[in-house]
Design a protein around this ligand. Structure first.
Ligand code: RAM
Length: 563
């Protein structure tokens, strides 16, 4: 199929799904040519990468067995149309039987696991005279396991799907799949075996990996049950994403993103408290920043740590500063914060280069596209949110400088933040409606309000009104992911909307629980189960870093959530 036809199909598909496509032309156009530019951190890079390496954790390995065998049931009342029913004990249904008779079986590990899958074969009768081939399909959710994958509808690689063929040249031994998989269910199908001998699959397990074990923080005894369950699933989500970096998702994309890291570091404070891993990630971002000093949006670790070429996202670069600030508050590690201060200062300086004489952030100021990510919701206008995010970054960077005693380097930040706030109120705030609007079409969105509240442009009273006015307006653009929803809860709490924040969090994340979540999802809209930024729900990640933050809210505000 030609690229043109694929694009046309996607253009039709995406509005139905309600989320924008992450790998569309805009994102790929972000690449800037800075090869010729002076490498401003040339003197420090290697040391930063060495420090990152020194903080690399050993993974904890745990052997886990499947809990039961299951059968798939197509059911329009189930989440995304599929559910599993209990079929019995794998010991009876699989390990003791000829696999030539079993032919196909699905095993359920009872919860989300990330690791290396092994199985053992045993000759039951006569001599193996030919290789055996099986197909494995790993999945996080029932629908992903059961909807047809081909012809492929996804906008990202078909390679992310966790289906694999295994060929046994010899039997009576263990074989381990080299690929790390993230799943709850695995389907094993017989593809080919010789008629002249028989065999069984008489053991199956996963060697689960994570850099953390159990959470180090407990809930109060009288904490409501629903909050307890939400906290536990949030912690499981974070546990699975905490590998040798904070990954965004162990199924997809297996990598470190700045925006995800910021939220993970907040949740980590109240769960696993592994600050060494946060430190490693900060040094990786610093060491792998562009030659002109910008923090790249994401980093892959293998074969050696490297940033995704050209993938720059200014909203994420700025969150490097907030992550560093929170890290310093959590650890008191002034050495790291002092070393990385110059990286932080470089990010806000970049944002300021987009601020016009009218003190408004202008994404078109340099005549080239910049990626400003706030959520995957299709059609979201980000102009006003970016004004807020810039002011927030200036204030956070000022706070960092104050702690480090180097405010002289950013002396003008408080005044600029004030001027930008005043300009925002004059130009972007609709006083009559009591809300911020965004872009040429004066779009009303939740995220415009939340970022203005985070920036301190709206105080508690006006902020609370802006949130209520927006949520009660049926036409407002809502976040389509737990990432955007995190900032809504955050803003509600900043404005004193404690009851609303608790109700919203319980409803949103509790809604995923009701639909069967063992870990929280990358994309979720209570009104649309099929929401996806990727053209197919099969490509969504069902254990996604940025959805783990209820654990942060629940512990950061115990008097609100744990009573
Ligand atoms: C997706 C990933 C990741 C996120 C980026 C912006 O590709 O889910 O978590 O940070 O988008």
């Amino acid at each position: 199929m030609s690229r043109l036809i694929i694009s046309a199909l996607l253009a039709l598909l995406v509005p139905l799904c309600g989320l924008a496509r992450p790998q569309d032309d805009k994102v790929l156009k972000v690449s800037r040519t800075v090869e010729g530019a002076e490498d401003i951190f040339a003197a420090e890079r290697q040391l930063w990468l060495l420090k990152a390496e020194q903080s690399r954790p050993e993974l904890i390995k745990t052997r886990l067995a499947p809990q039961r065998a299951v059968v798939a049931v197509k059911d329009s009342a189930a989440f995304q149309g599929w559910r599993y029913e209990d079929a019995g004990d794998p010991g009876q249904l699989l390990y003791k039987r000829s696999f030539k008779q079993v032919k196909e079986i699905t095993l359920d590990f009872g919860t989300h696991v990330t690791g290396y899958f092994s199985l053992h074969t045993k000759v039951l009768d006569r001599t193996p005279d030919a290789p055996v081939r099986i197909k494995l399909m790993f999945g996080e959710l029932p629908a992903e396991m059961n909807i047809p994958l081909d012809p492929w509808q996804g906008v990202m690689s078909r390679g992310w799907m966790q289906d694999e063929y295994l060929t046994f040249e010899t039997l009576d031994e263990y074989i381990t799949l080299p690929r790390r998989v993230a799943f709850r269910y695995v389907r094993i199908e017989l593809i080919g075996a010789s008629p002249y001998f028989d065999f069984a699959i008489d053991d199956a397990f996963v060697t689960a990996v994570s850099s953390v074990g159990e959470p180090a923080v407990a809930l109060s005894d009288d904490c409501p049950e629903i909050i307890r369950r939400i906290e536990s699933v949030s912690n499981r989500t974070l546990h699975e994403c905490m590998q040798t970096v904070f990954e965004d998702g162990p199924k997809r994309d297996h990598r470190l993103w700045v925006g995800d890291l910021y939220l993970q570091s907040l949740a980590n404070r109240h769960s696993f408290r592994n600050f060494e891993l946060v430190k490693r990630c900060l040094y990786l971002f610093a060491g792998l920043s562009s030659r002109d000093g910008l923090v790249m949006s994401n980093i892959m670790e293998h074969p050696q740590p490297h940033a995704q070429i050209g993938s720059l996202c200014l909203t994420y670069s700025l969150l490097f500063n907030s992550t560093l600030l929170e890290y310093l508050k959590d650890t008191g590690d002034y050495t790291t914060a002092r070393e990385l201060w110059k990286v932080a200062e470089r990010q806000t300086r970049e944002a300021l280069s987009y601020v016009g004489e009218d003190w408004i952030f202008d994404k078109d100021r340099k005549g080239e596209y910049i990626w400003l990510f706030f959520d995957w919701r299709d059609g979201l206008d980000v102009d006003t949110a970016m004004q807020g995010a810039t002011i927030f970054a200036l204030r956070q960077t000022w706070e960092l400088a104050s702690l480090l005693g180097c405010t002289d380097q950013v002396r003008d930040y408080p005044a600029i933040a004030e001027k930008m706030s005043r300009a925002a109120r004059q130009k972007l705030y609709d006083r009559k409606r009591g809300v911020f609007l965004s872009g040429k079409d004066a779009q009303l969105s939740v995220l415009s309000q939340t970022w203005m509240i985070k920036a301190g442009v709206l105080g508690a009273k006006e902020g609370a009104a802006a949130i209520r006015n927006t949520l009660s307006d049926g036409g407002a653009v809502m976040p389509g992911t737990p990432y955007g929803t995190h900032y809504l809860i955050d803003a509600m709490l900043l404005c004193g909307l404690a009851d609303e924040a608790k109700a919203y969090l319980t409803d949103y994340w509790g809604g995923m629980l009701l639909k069967g979540a063992d870990t929280f999802w990358e994309a979720y809209d209570p009104l649309n189960e099929y929401i996806t930024p990727y053209g197919t729900i099969a490509e969504n990640s069902a254990c996604h870093a940025w959805s783990c933050t209820p654990t942060y809210f629940i512990h950061e505000y115990p008097e609100i959530f744990q009573k």
